[in-house]
Design a protein around this ligand. Structure first.
Ligand code: ZN
Length: 252
């Protein structure tokens, strides 16, 4: 029997290098073979260049998030943003190299890796970065999902949407570990956020996806402690909004 292949599926790093390093250490300890990244490498926190460097060095598959787009496309007009959001985007634009800006700009919106799909927000209109909070939001995605499993992020809250093959009914499930049953339906799985969790748990979040052949698939959600104080010190030094500090401590 072929050995199972294990992927770390990470998303919404948001320039938090302390959280990213902790997650990659944990993934290594868990025997992960490969990493895939669902975007928003930058934005909110204060180590964008460090996070881009780490992800680029991994050479892993990455798709583009909305913050990657805002921070790498000068045509995005910041007048439409809240002043706090605009200030972080401007700060990030100033603190990444031209080469890294180009790398962010050129990321694809979707990708397929060994039979599963990656997208930051949703597949039906990937460049619009719509949020998937409920079954109706997920329905639009399922209409265009061609693989059994698709991973997404964007809300920073881990969960599993399952569309039953027989009834086409959609269920929103808690992020629990287990086998993704073969005949059951399509899975649209949110892996939560590495660098700015918003489900009330401040620990960094990601998932391990295990494939034994093409049919035996399982998912495990991981929560990882990291040095929040160090990430906060960077935000303070950069003079970014206080609200970003509170978010890290509360996980909201
Ligand atoms: Zn995000």
């Amino acid at each position: 029997m072929p050995r199972a292949k294990r992927y770390a599926v990470i998303s919404d790093i948001h320039a938090n290098i302390e959280a990213l390093e902790a997650v990659l250490d944990d993934a290594k300890a868990q025997g992960v073979d490969d990493v895939v990244c669902l975007g928003d490498v930058v934005g909110y926190n204060a180590a964008p260049a460090e996070c881009i460097r780490r992800i680029r060095d991994l050479g892993c598959k990455v798709v583009k998030g909305n913050h990657d787009h805002y921070c790498s496309d000068p045509n995005v007009n910041l007048d439409d943003f809240q002043p706090n959001a605009a200030s972080v985007i401007e700060w990030t634009r100033r603190n990444i190299s031209e080469d890294d800006t180009r790398w962010l700009h050129d990321l694809p919106l979707t990708a397929v890796v060994s039979g599963f799909t990656l997208v930051h927000a949703n597949l039906d209109t990937p460049g619009h970065f719509r949020y998937t909070f409920n079954d109706d939001d997920a329905a639009a995605n399922f209409a265009t999902q061609a693989t059994k499993v698709c991973f997404h992020g964007h809300t920073h809250v881990p969960c599993i949407f399952l569309r039953d093959n027989a009834t086409l009914r959609i269920a929103k499930l808690a992020p629990t570990d287990g086998i993704l049953e073969k005949g059951k339906g399509l899975y649209f799985i949110n892996v939560g956020s590495v660098g700015q969790p918003r489900d009330g748990i401040p620990k960094a979040c990601y998932a391990i996806f295990t494939m034994e052949g093409l049919t035996k698939l399982s998912i495990q959600f991981r929560r990882v402690d990291y040095d929040i104080e160090a990430a906060v010190r960077r935000i303070e030094l950069a003079g970014l909004p206080d609200r970003l500090i509170t978010r890290l401590y509360t996980g909201q």
